[in-house]
Design a binder for this molecule. Structure first.
Ligand SMILES: Nc1nc2c(c(=O)[nH]1)N[C@H]1C(S)=C(S)[C@@H](COP(=O)(O)OP(=O)(O)OC[C@H]3O[C@@H](n4cnc5c(=O)[nH]c(N)nc54)[C@H](O)[C@@H]3O)O[C@H]1N2
Ligand SMILES: Nc1nc2c(c(=O)[nH]1)N[C@H]1C(S)=C(S)[C@@H](COP(=O)(O)OP(=O)(O)OC[C@H]3O[C@@H](n4cnc5c(=O)[nH]c(N)nc54)[C@H](O)[C@@H]3O)O[C@H]1N2
Ligand code: SF4
Ligand SMILES: [Mo]
Length: 704
């Protein structure tokens, strides 16, 4: 059987896959030994893709309802798109373009993102185009731009084999980026005395199992820990003075702040001992090459950008950047959240890491799109939560949702449902129906999913991989890019959306990245297919790509120096109190992906983790009268959830953990996002999904 090379559609590790297709269906998935992300390895989610691709709940035809109280009925494509187009035109005419918003996803291909954002920002004239990356990588993107001058993770997976200190903070790498973790573990086990692994997580996880030091800090206290580590390195003269002097600015102001974070003070803020903070700092400071990896434990916080900044301060002050084995390295969540950032898939961005607020950037993009000067609005659009708040308040009238399930994945689901009920028009493009979100659609459009369409995605290490179309989509489903292009033509912009296929869209976008930090003008579908995956920047067709950024010590700031930015510890927005004495943190399990539309239907995966489980510390459990295996009602200021308890010492006292995979469709009270809150970071606008106050009650009451 011939095997086809492609990319895994799940996490941002971006593993290459070999896919066997028989009679028009995917029959087997394994790792691609030639792909530099995984060299043939693969995790269970990818292996169990075949049974989830052609389920009975695949959405096969467009569906439509002209009245909210009518059921969705099958409609031809022409009618569905004409209806959506007419309604959009009416809403724009009556309320202006900012009454329309798009909410897209890190699971779209680069081409899909690009055309959708071109339609919204260039042609409909609204920057209300945001994505679920706002819940995911927004704080990392903001942190890199603030400190280094541009977004973009500087390091490469090849650094896993060269680092001698791994600092894993706010990442459960073993469960969430399993193949990256496998490489780290291999490095550690090959040289256990030489390589140290530090893990900072309020929970003991599979990741922490590899650690020399596990730092079970209080949720939200990362800045205190990171500042104190820098304090120790400063006090013990473990900084890179040459790098500091030649390559950075702002040391004096930063020193003044970290001077106030001795380990003893940080100990009281983090709940860790001063000794473990000192030990972690020394391991980091004495390493030849230190690599910090992080994900949602830092980003999903009202202080997410500051947490990122504190990591970058640590690396800049020690010169641990731009060298083999060294660097700050955010782990991207979704397979193409990176491509989203590159194509301007956030409400304040334009393609090529350009900013909406920058007049020169707007002018460059307007020229590329053949638009008159001033066509792109100078106002950044609404971020994800602001879109839904705007819908609930009647300020936004229409929302177009693509490849994301906000009625399960956003904080405070009551508000999200209210927003969707209140909207004049909800259009949803999904591969499955029903989902928590498709239930609210006025127009429901069937999307082709992996591997039913072609396109490009960028993984965590800036590597572009081409994904070919391997099978036909079911029924009348279409690639997301084609749906958007058809809509654009329906709205009258035929000439600006002339594409015959994804390759042309890619070329138009790649040309627009020329001269930007994420320059991949030298890439094309053909080159990626023939030569294999490439790491940007790759500015010319004969350029080999770039393993690591900032190897020359120059940063894309006005001065060429990286900026040290002092940041302070900041308590979670909703600290525990007498009524809600515990901090709930939420996240993932190894065998499920997000809102279960795919992994929930793989029998082997679903059987391993059929239900959400609440992790509770044994002291907290005793106070709540809970024993291992009991069912608990979890209450926050916004709602309730119910889950069976796993009582242990693996999670720090005062903290409990609930996975968020189960939405209300799986059972109203299984949803962690009944509880979470919409408070967010003032810079990145990323919500605080990792900390809200809750109380627990044993069910049934009194143990009957
Ligand atoms: N199996 C699986 N893998 C996935 C996904 C999936 O759904 N399932 N999704 C992908 C996506 S989109 C993403 S964004 C990534 C997410 O990858 P991760 O961020 O690794 O996953 P999470 O479980 O959300 O959170 C990671 C850890 O943060 C810890 N944490 C909570 N609060 C804090 C804090 O204040 N400080 C610190 N230091 N740690 C804290 C939690 O205890 C948790 O173990 O995973 C990707 N990979
Ligand atoms: N409490 C809590 N909430 C969280 C998080 C957390 O840690 N805690 N993490 C947040 C993070 S980091 C993320 S990334 C989000 C993820 O949240 P979502 O993006 O809402 O989760 P998914 O289930 O991946 O949703 C993807 C949707 O797209 C559909 N789909 C799949 N392929 C295609 C395609 O090719 N085209 C189209 N049109 N549709 C397709 C799927 O069926 C599914 O409905 O959740 C966030 N929410
Ligand atoms: S580690 Fe991520 S990219 Fe690699 S096979 Fe698993 S889910 Fe796919
Ligand atoms: Mo994510």
């Amino acid at each position: 059987m011939p095997e086809h090379r492609t990319l895994c559609p799940y996490c941002g590790v971006g593993c290459g896959l070999l896919v066997e297709v028989r009679d028009g269906a995917v029959t087997r998935v394994k790792g691609d030994p030639a792909h530099p992300a995984n060299f043939g390895d693969v995790c269970a989610k990818a292996v169990h893709l075949p049974p989830v691709l052609r389920t009975a709940d695949r959405l096969r035809y467009p569906m439509l309802r002209a009245r909210r109280d009518a059921p969705l009925a099958r409609a031809p494509w022409e009618l569905a798109l004409r209806h959506a187009g007419d309604r959009l035109r009416e809403i724009v005419a009556a309320h202006g373009p900012d009454a329309v918003a798009f909410y897209a996803s890190g699971q779209l291909t680069t081409e899909e993102y690009y055309v959708a954002s071109k339609l919204a920002k260039g042609f409909l004239g609204t920057n209300n185009f945001d994505t679920n990356s706002r819940l995911c990588m927004a704080s990392a993107a903001a942190g890199y731009a603030r400190s280094l001058g541009a977004d973009g993770p500087p390091a490469a997976y090849a650094d896993f084999e060269r680092a001698d200190c791994f600092f894993l903070i706010g990442t459960n790498t073993a469960d969430c980026h399993p193949i990256a973790f496998k490489r780290i573990r291999r490095r550690k086990l090959a040289a256990p005395a030489e390589v140290t692994v530090l893990v900072a997580d309020p929970r003991w996880t599979e990741t922490a199992d590899l650690a020399d030091l596990h730092l079970p800090l209080r949720p939200g206290s990362d800045v205190a820990l990171l500042n104190a580590m820098l304090h120790v390195l400063w006090r013990e003269d473990l900084l890179d003075r040459r790098f500091l002097a030649a390559r950075t600015s702002g040391w004096e102001a930063l020193r003044a702040v970290i001077a106030r974070y001795p380990p003893e003070r940080a100990a009281s803020l983090t709940g860790l001992s001063p000794e473990i903070i000192v030990a972690a700092a020394r391991s980091f400071g004495r390493a030849r090459a230190a690599l910090t990896l992080w994900a949602m434990g830092l980003n999903q916080s009202h202080a997410g950008t500051d947490k990122n900044t504190a990591v970058l301060n640590l690396h800049l002050a020690t010169g641990q950047i731009g060298r083999p084995g060294a660097g700050p390295f955010s782990l991207t969540g979704q397979p193409n959240a990176m491509g989203g950032r590159e194509t301007g898939g956030l409400a304040h961005l334009l393609p090529g890491y350009r900013a909406v607020a920058d007049p020169a950037a707007r002018a460059a993009v307007e020229r590329h799109w053949g638009l008159p000067a001033g066509a792109i609005s100078p106002r950044p659009g609404r971020s994800a939560l602001e879109i839904f708040e705007g819908l609930a308040a009647g300020e936004v009238r229409a929302v177009w949702i693509m490849a994301t399930n906000p009625a399960a994945s956003m904080p405070d689901l009551d508000l999200v449902e209210k927003a969707l009920r209140q909207a004049d028009l909800v259009v949803v493009q999904d591969a499955y129906h029903p989902t928590e979100t498709t239930r609210f659609a006025d127009v429901l459009l069937p999307a082709a999913q992996w591997p039913e369409k072609d396109g490009v995605m960028t993984n965590s290490e800036r590597r572009l991989t081409y994904l070919p179309k391997l099978v036909e989509p079911p029924g009348e489903a279409l690639p997301d890019a084609e749906i958007v292009v058809r809509l654009a033509r329906e709205l009258g912009w035929k000439d600006a959306f002339p594409y015959e296929g994804a390759a042309e869209i890619f070329d138009e976008f790649a040309a627009l990245t020329a001269g930007t930090p994420c320059d991949y003008a030298g890439a094309s579908h053909e080159r990626l297919r023939d030569e294999g995956p490439l790491q940007w920047p790759v500015p010319a067709p004969d350029h080999p790509g770039t393993a690591r950024l900032y190897a020359d010590g120059r940063f894309p700031t006005a001065t060429g120096r990286a900026r040290l930015v002092p940041v302070e510890h900041n308590e979670p927005v909703e600290p525990p109190d007498a009524a809600f004495p515990l901090t709930l943190t939420t996240g993932r399990v190894r065998d499920h992906w997000h809102t279960l539309t795919r992994t929930g239907k793989a029998p082997a995966l679903a059987a391993r983790t059929p239900e959400p489980v609440l992790e509770v510390n044994l002291h907290d459990a005793r106070r709540a009268g809970l024993q291992d295996g009991d069912f608990a009602e979890i209450t926050s200021r916004r709602g309730k959830a119910i889950a069976q308890c796993r009582v242990s010492a693996a999670i720090r006292e005062g903290t409990c953990f609930l996975p968020f995979h189960w939405g209300r469709q799986a059972g109203f009270y299984k949803s962690a996002n009944n509880l979470t809150l919409g408070a967010r970071d003032p810079i990145s606008q990323q919500p605080e999904l990792k900390a809200c106050a809750v109380r627990l009650r044993r069910l049934p009451e009194g143990g009957a």
